[in-house]
Write a protein that binds this ligand. Structure first.
Ligand code: 0X9
Ligand code: ZN
Length: 315
C-alpha cells in the first residue's frame, strides 16, 4: 500500500493513513484537526495501545512533517516512522507505554503545488487575493503563500522573518493567521499536559536543532535538551554513520522567529522540542533522491526511539 522507493502524492498518503486505521483499529485512530487553505484535510494519526493504569497520564510524543512544501523527505520519513510503530511488532512497548501523535503533512497545498507547478515551492498556498488587508494598490499584491514556519505566535515577525508577502519567509498577516498553523497549535495546546516531546521534520542540512532560535541566549534547560538529543544523534550515527550536528539554530544556521519548535517550548511548555533537519548536507539539497527514503527513515526512527526511551526513564 505504501512504497519507499518514491515520493507519494497527498492522496496516496491519505490512503495509507486510511489503510492503517482500517487494518489496525485497536492501535490507530485518525483525528481530523482542520483543513488547509485549499480545503485538504489535516489528519493526525494517534497511535496508542494497551490499557492506561488508572490515574496515570500516559506521556505522548508529537511528530509533524511537511511544513515546507519542497522538503519531500520530511513527510516520507514521518510515514516510515508510522509504519514502524504500527506495522512492526517489535516496537509494541513503545506504543503501549507512550501515545504518539503524528501529522505527516501540514502544508498539503504547498506539497501538491511542488509536485505540479514549482518543485522548489516552500510556503503554503494562501493566495494573494485571500490575504487579509491586501489591495490592488499594494505593491506586494500578487505574491502567494505564507511561510508556515514563521507564522507561530512566538516573537512573531521578528528577526529572520519577513513582512513582505513576496518573500519566502513571509510571516503572514498576523500570528496564526493560517488555518494550518492554527489547527496544529490548537491541537497541541489541547494535549499539552500529555505531550512531552515536540518533533518537527525539515530538510536539509543534517542537524538536530534545539531552541531557542529567536535569540542567541541559551534556554535555562539547554543542557537537558542537549543530553537527550546527544544520545539520539549518537544512536543515529551507529546506524550507517550519518552525523547530525547538534545545537541551537543561531549557532548552526541563522536566527529565526515565529517557528514551531520555539512556540512548542515557549508557549505550550513542551520541554523537549526539536527541529530535525534531515539529509543531505547540500549535494542534492531539497532534491534528495527517493532511494534515500529508507536509509533516512531507519536512522531517524533510531534517533526517535532513543528519545522515547529517555522519556520513559524520566517518567
Ligand atoms: O528556516 C527554516 O524554517 C528552517 N530551515 S529550512 O531549510 N527547513 O527552511 C530552520 C528553522 C530553524 N528554526 C528553528 N529551529 N526554530
Ligand atoms: Zn523547512
Amino acid at each position: 500500500v505504501m512504497t519507499w522507493n518514491r515520493y507519494h502524492r497527498y492522496q496516496d498518503i491519505l490512503d495509507y493513513l486510511m489503510y492503517l486505521s482500517d487494518n489496525y483499529p485497536h492501535l490507530v485512530e485518525l483525528l481530523n484537526i482542520g483543513k488547509t487553505v485549499e480545503g485538504r484535510p489535516l489528519k493526525v494519526v494517534k497511535i496508542s495501545s494497551g490499557q492506561t493504569r488508572e490515574n496515570v497520564v500516559k506521556p505522548a510524543i508529537w511528530i509533524d512533517a511537511g511544513i515546507h512544501a519542497r522538503e519531500w523527505i520530511s513527510p516520507a520519513v514521518a510515514l516510515f516512522i508510522l509504519r514502524q510503530l504500527v506495522e512492526n511488532k517489535s516496537y509494541r512497548t513503545l506504543i503501549s507505554e507512550l501515545d504518539w501523535y503524528i501529522l505527516p503533512m501540514i502544508n498539503a497545498d504547498g506539497y501538491e503545488y511542488s509536485h505540479t507547478v514549482d518543485r522548489l515551492w516552500r510556503k503554503s498556498r494562501r493566495t494573494a487575493a485571500t490575504k487579509l488587508g491586501r489591495t490592488l494598490w499594494d505593491t506586494s499584491y500578487g505574491c502567494d503563500g505564507v511561510d508556515l514556519n514563521r507564522n507561530w505566535d512566538w516573537h512573531w515577525a521578528g528577526v529572520g522573518a519577513s513582512q513582505d508577502p513576496c518573500s519566502d519567509t513571509f510571516a503572514g498577516s498576523h500570528a496564526f493567521s493560517e488555518p494550518e498553523t492554527r489547527a496544529v497549535s490548537d491541537f497541541i495546546l489541547d494535549h499539552r499536559e500529555r505531550i512531552q516531546v515536540y518533533l518537527t521534520l525539515h530538510s536539509y542540512s543534517q542537524m538536530w536543532l534545539v531552541p531557542w532560535s529567536h535569540t542567541k541566549k541559551l534556554a535555562d534547560d539547554y543542557d537537558d535538551m542537549i543530553y537527550l538529543a546527544r544520545q539520539a544523534t549518537e544512536a543515529i550515527q551507529k546506524v550507517h554513520g550519518s552525523q547530525y550536528q547538534l545545537g541551537t539554530t543561531p549557532s548552526l544556521l541563522y536566527t529565526t522567529s515565529g517557528c514551531s519548535d520555539d512556540w512548542a517550548k515557549g508557549k505550550a511548555g513542551i520541554k523537549y522540542s526539536y527541529t530535525i533537519e534531515l539529509p543531505d548536507k547540500g549535494m542534492y539539497g531539497f532534491l534528495l533522491p527517493a532511494d534515500k527514503i529508507l536509509s533516512t527513515g531507519k536512522e531517524i526512527f533510531t534517533g526517535i526511539k532513543s528519545i522515547a526511551k529517555s522519556i520513559l526513564k524520566i517518567n
